[in-house]
Design a protein around this ligand. Structure first.
Ligand code: GDP
Length: 611
């Protein structure tokens, strides 16, 4: 092994070997693994232009850069892989365990409703919730807990269906991205009076990528101008061919308003599930599933809505969900009823966790409380590390920020509820006038909620994200908060304009104005050895303040500008200021061309507040 010297410290050279590091690792972590001195790595990195202490988290790119320099291939292990390894150390795995012995029972399908904004996803989910006959008998008022289950009848059998009650593509993709496959069937909502729109296509792309069967709900058929045939026609272009046209996708005409067609929709969901999916789960294994929603309840503490995917979740179970853990104190359904147990596909609220897990986190039930706590602790530590790493990235982002401010450009992403408002807003913003040295650039615009990819885009640049009548979806908020992306919501166009104008003005170089402090008339000039000429003066107006700016006027003409009151004396004593009517000695530094009857004006530069 060659040992190159970097700044005098010896470094073992890697010869292209691979070293694995968790995301957010520090130089000390790396040093330990490659048997080097942390200080040597700090020095090496310093030579590459990065100042990082030994215990600070280092971001991926920097690690790789450093690796290349010292001859190691640094493999940054993804959080998912790391988590898998973490669970393995406890002899646990998350996911289907086909081989496991137990009772494999059929489970209800889990449905996510997707579609273009305003096509009626929310209203449809509401209508379905109320269409549930069985739940009415249960008596409770349905609460929003992020998911609900209804029971419908098919061929005289009572069949439950679970709906994820957070419509939107983000929640779907976010969960999928985190390795949690939750959705069995996607209901694609398309408004019959509108047609296939960008988000319709996006939704079906997501569903097809995840190989999740689609049922199309052609909504708003109560509306004038509704053209359900046109929707069928349009969707054939995307490979969704209606059964009546010889394809295998079920299309159901519905109205979330009049509730027409809801039974048919539920039937179509079940028939599609029965035809294309084998939905069974082991009810006897240790329970596992996914967190749908988490919140902090004033009375009950952390409450998580989880979807059980395998096993049977029971009161008293030791559970770890993401970096939260605890013992299941109570299980509640969407009506607030207490449950003794929750079978696969059942969404339940879990009370008893020590903290609030995040949507998309997986949960596991483990034998001992201690194991749950240990896993949670390790995950917490990892999240902290990752956050530290991204903090570092943010610091450099801020540098980038400053650099961009030098260029004086403000970048915007505009998302709105429809293309008309987005265009109107963009047009109005472009009309803001703040001077030539600043420009406004819209780097992305679109219709729909603020998505994770919008935030990703914003991260790469100095960007403000504007949401007009739309909100951030799913993980976007979390990501924006974590990365410090400026996201602003508006419902009034003028407010948006005002705020952007203010932001632009904030980027302007400050403007100063001169504020007169005082004037003094020179009566006599004294020559002081080593100091120079001192003006024996009478303060005519205001106050003469030491260290203030000054200019010298003679017969009304400016003889010298840009002077400073370097010394100020009352008789033999130094003074910080001398007021009107008093005599004083003023020294103007090395400036000596002072004559009796000259006028010394003093002033300061004040920043002008922008209006
Ligand atoms: P989302 O953005 O897809 O969740 O859409 P919403 O559920 O918020 O619905 C958007 C608008 O369409 C709302 O004003 C609803 O009242 C309306 N809407 C939804 N479904 C229907 C329907 O079947 N018929 C009619 N006439 N209006 C509907």
């Amino acid at each position: 092994m060659a040992a190159p010297s970097m700044g005098g410290v010896m470094l073992p050279r890697g010869n292209g070997q691979t070293v694995r590091l968790p995301r957010g690792a520090s130089l000390t972590d790396l040093a330990e693994r490659i048997n080097a001195e942390p200080a040597a790595l700090v020095t090496a990195l310093f030579h590459l232009g990065e100042m990082i202490t030994a215990t600070q988290s280092v971001n991926d790119e920097t690690l790789q850069l450093l690796g290349a320099e010292i001859g190691w291939v640094i493999q940054v292990v993804s959080p998912e892989d790391e988590d898998r390894e973490l669970l393995e150390t406890f002899d646990l795995t998350f996911g289907d365990e086909e081989g496991e012995e137990g009772d494999w029972e059929s489970r209800p399908p889990v449905v996510t409703v997707m579609g273009h904004v305003d096509h009626g996803k929310t209203k449809l989910l509401d209508a379905i919730r109320h269409a549930n006959v069985v739940s009415k008998e249960a008596g409770g008022i349905t609460q929003h807990i992020g998911a609900y289950q209804i029971v419908t009848e098919l061929e005289h059998n009572e069949r439950p269906i679970t709906f994820i009650d957070t419509p939107g593509h983000e929640s779907f993709t976010a969960m999928r991205a985190r390795g949690a496959k939750v959705t069995d069937i996607v209901v694609l909502v398309v408004a019959a009076d509108d047609g296939v729109m960008p988000q319709t296509v996006e939704a079906l792309n997501h569903a097809q990528a995840a190989e999740v069967p689609i049922v199309v709900a052609v909504n708003k058929i109560d509306k004038e101008g509704a053209n359900p045939a046109k929707i069928r026609q349009q969707l054939t272009e995307y490979g969704l061919v209606a059964e009546e046209y010889g394809g295998d996708t079920m299309f159901v005409d519905v109205s979330a308003t009049t509730r027409q067609g809801l039974d048919e929709l539920l039937t179509a969901i079940l028939l599609t599930a029965d035809a294309s999916l084998d939905l069974r789960a082991n009810t006897e294994q240790d329970p596992q599933g996914v967190v749908i929603e988490g919140k902090l309840d004033k009375g009950r503490g952390p409450v998580a809505t989880v979807l059980v995917q395998r096993g049977t979740l029971r009161q008293g179970d030791s559970i770890v969900a993401g970096d939260a853990y605890g013992r299941v104190r109570s299980l509640l359904d969407e009506h607030g009823n207490k449950l003794k147990e929750a079978l696969p596909s059942r969404p339940v609220q879990v009370v008893g966790l020590t903290s609030v897990p995040r949507a998309g986190d997986t949960f596991l039930v483990v034998e001992e409380d201690r194991t749950a706590r240990q896993i949670a602790d390790r995950r917490q530590a990892r999240i902290r590390n990752a956050q530290n790493a991204s903090m570092r990235k943010r610091i450099s982002l801020e540098d980038l920020d400053a650099a961009l401010k030098e260029n004086r450009q403000l970048n915007l992403i505009i998302k709105g509820d429809n293309s008309g408002t987005v265009e109107a807003l963009e047009e109005a913003l472009m009309k803001i006038e703040v001077g030539d040295d600043i420009s406004l650039r819209v780097i992305h615009r679109g219709v729909g909620g603020i998505t994770k990819s919008d935030i990703d885009l914003a991260l790469a640049d100095d960007v403000i994200v504007l949401g007009f009548n739309v909100r951030a979806e799913g993980q976007a908020t979390e990501l924006a908060n974590r990365e410090g992306v400026d996201v602003r919501y508006y419902t009034v166009i003028y407010q948006a304009i005002d705020e952007i104008e203010a932001a632009l003005k904030g980027m302007l170089k400050p403007e100063y104005e001169e504020v007169q402090l005082g004037t003094a008339e020179v009566r006599e000039v004294f020559r002081v050895p080593k100091i120079g000429n001192v003006a024996g003066s009478l303060v005519r107006s205001g106050t003469i303040v030491r260290n203030s700016k000054a200019r010298l006027l003679r017969d009304g003409n400016v003889v010298a500008d840009n002077l400073t009151v370097e010394s100020l004396r009352r008789f033999k004593d130094d003074a910080t200021e001398v007021r009107e009517g008093y005599e004083c000695g003023i020294g103007l530094g090395s400036f000596n061309d002072i004559k009796p009857e000259d006028v010394i004006q003093t002033f300061e530069m004040r920043e002008i507040p922008r209006v």
